[in-house]
Design a protein around this ligand. Structure first.
Ligand code: GDP
Ligand code: GDP
Length: 494
């Protein structure tokens, strides 16, 4: 069967049009050597995989994440580091398995790979047991990899498939990550399941008074992941040291764990804050290498972080025509595109103090917000904080903004409240009320981090951009969630 015959027309959802963070997540699991990485690489093709550590692990294992492309299907795919629980059950392995459980919990579906050449291996049974225990909430698809190596005609595949029923995950899909065999079958199985997941837009919180999930006791315990990015010499390390103060905690590395396992974290206002990708800077303050702004490096940080603090140098802005250079603009845009909460920190304000500097100071304070608005028109009100890291005055200002933006980023609004709101805003806006025009019947939030909404509309056509912009603006004004990316999707219910 050929993948290219799979058309988008017959389907309800066009995955190619969905923003990345709306895409469902599929995790590839299995014992070592079954071909997880081979399948991952085939799915993401030549595109870039991002390696990140999971937000809530205490042991840092690298997990690769990429956007999978399978015909017209798109999903996020995670290459698990392997559920290596069958080897000795040392503490690191236990904790690794625990970490993988948290990653599994963020996925909507798992591809459980086995190596068909080896038949069912005892470790496969272990993995199966583990998945039943930790992944009972998600759909698990059994995948027989390396199937090209079996002789289909002789019925070996059928026999192998029959044997896998012992695992209790139903009929397997036969594929070859290496040759691409069976990818169309995989598509046929995945497409309806992922579509169903997206159509099930269950509002997460429906009680009227539980709007803000970040304020409830459970999620306030979750650490905020903060990345500090910026060009060399803008003062990132200085700011970092200010933030850490004497609370500085360096975690790891433990023997057997990979790079990146040293982590900087501190407490602010009862919250734990992880500084993403900055651990290396602490050791090498003199060595200027790691603090340079490489776009690639920042991209990785952006994927790992919830809040991005982009640091700019006030003195440079004062003497330049534009407040941000190209690299800074690229990073800022990237942060917003990835749906992260962006804050801009203008450092070294101490250099613009005094009477003779008043003009320059005014220039900087006006130029930065203006430029941000120009380069990121889709997000109004990105917060800008003016500090002097060297004087240590920036900690409170930066951290209050980080926490504020994080909370907005996590906001969940109940469907009941949103629909009362919708009635009000509908009357404020001059909707073009022709019969061909879609109407919003229902409005709900499908996810937070960042807030993402679905407008259910009547009629086949899409709401015009002006209406979408009006809704975004109203959400921002009415619920005080300016400065963070907000997504609105549309779904026709006629
Ligand atoms: P992982 O440990 O599960 O990530 O496995 P890898 O992706 O590293 O693959 C383990 C080995 O199996 C490698 O030597 C791959 O080349 C090989 N392999 C992966 N997929 C296939 C396949 O479909 N057919 C064959 N014959 N070999 C494969
Ligand atoms: P990084 O390369 O972004 O990590 O920058 P550093 O933190 O190493 O700072 C680069 C230079 O700027 C150092 O000489 C710092 O002392 C200086 N610097 C950092 N923050 C400030 C500040 O707030 N005011 C002034 N005047 N200098 C600063």
């Amino acid at each position: 069967k050929k993948l290219k015959n799979r058309g988008a027309n017959r389907h309800l959802i066009d995955f190619t049009k969905l923003p990345i963070e709306m895409l469902p997540t599929v995790i590839i699991v299995g014992r070592p050597n079954v071909g997880k990485s081979a399948l991952f690489n085939r799915l993401i093709r030549r595109r870039e995989a991002l390696v990140y550590n999971t937000p809530d692990d205490h042991v840092t294992r690298d997990i690769r994440e990429g956007v999978a492309k399978l015909g017209d299907l798109r999903f996020r795919v995670l290459d698990s580091a392997g559920l290596e629980m069958a080897a000795s059950s040392g503490s690191i392995l236990d904790r690794t398995a625990g970490m993988t459980a948290s990653v599994v919990a963020r996925s909507q579906l798992a591809l459980f790979l086995i190596d068909v050449r080896e038949g069912l291996h005892p470790v496969d049974l272990e993995v199966g047991k583990w998945m039943r225990k930790h992944a009972s909430a998600i759909k698990i698809i059994l995948v027989m990899n390396k199937s090209e190596s079996l002789d289909d005609g002789a019925g070996q595949l059928i026999a192998a498939a029959a044997e896998t029923h012992k695992l209790g995950f139903g009929d397997p899909v036969a594929i070859s990550a290496e040759t691409g065999m069976g990818m169309a079958d995989l598509y046929d199985i995945l497409r309806p399941l992922l579509e169903e997941y997206l159509l099930k837009t269950k509002p997460v919180v429906d009680e009227d008074n539980e709007d803000n999930a970040c304020d409830d006791s459970e999620s306030s315990k979750l650490p905020v992941q903060l990345a500090i990015v910026g060009r060399p010499n803008v003062g990132k390390s200085t700011l970092l040291n200010t933030l850490l103060q004497e609370d500085r905690v360096l975690v790891g590395p433990e023997a057997g764990l990979t790079r990146d396992s040293v982590r900087a974290e501190f407490q602010f206002d009862g919250r734990t804050v992880y500084l993403v990708d900055t651990a290396g800077w602490l050791k090498t303050k003199q060595d200027k290498g790691p603090s340079s702004l490489s776009i690639m490096q920042s991209r990785k940080s952006i994927m790992r972080a919830h809040v991005i603090a982009l640091v700019l140098d006030a003195e440079e802005i004062a003497h330049n025509t534009s407040a941000m250079n190209h690299a800074e603009v690229v990073i800022a845009r990237r942060a917003v595109e990835e749906g992260r909460a962006l804050i801009v920190v203008v450092n070294k304000m101490d250099l613009l103090r005094g009477k003779q500097m008043a003009e320059l100071q005014k220039k900087v304070m006006e130029a930065v917000p203006k430029e941000i608005q120009t380069v990121l028109p889709q997000v109004t009100g990105i917060p800008v904080v003016f500090i002097s890291a060297q004087e240590g005055s920036g900690r409170e200002a930066v951290m209050h903004q980080v926490v504020d933006s994080y909370e907005k980023w996590c906001l969940r609004l109940s469907t009941a409240r949103l629909n009362r709101w919708l009635l009000k805003v509908m009357s404020r806006h001059s909707w073009r009320n022709t019969s061909s025009q879609p109407k919003i019947k229902y409005f709900t939030q499908v996810k937070a981090r960042p807030p993402t909404f679905v407008a259910f509309t009547s009629g086949k056509s899409q709401l015009p951009d002006t209406d979408i912009r009006f809704l975004v603006k109203s959400l921002k004004d009415d619920f005080d969630i300016g400065g963070i990316p907000i997504r609105i999707m549309q779904r026709s219910v006629s």
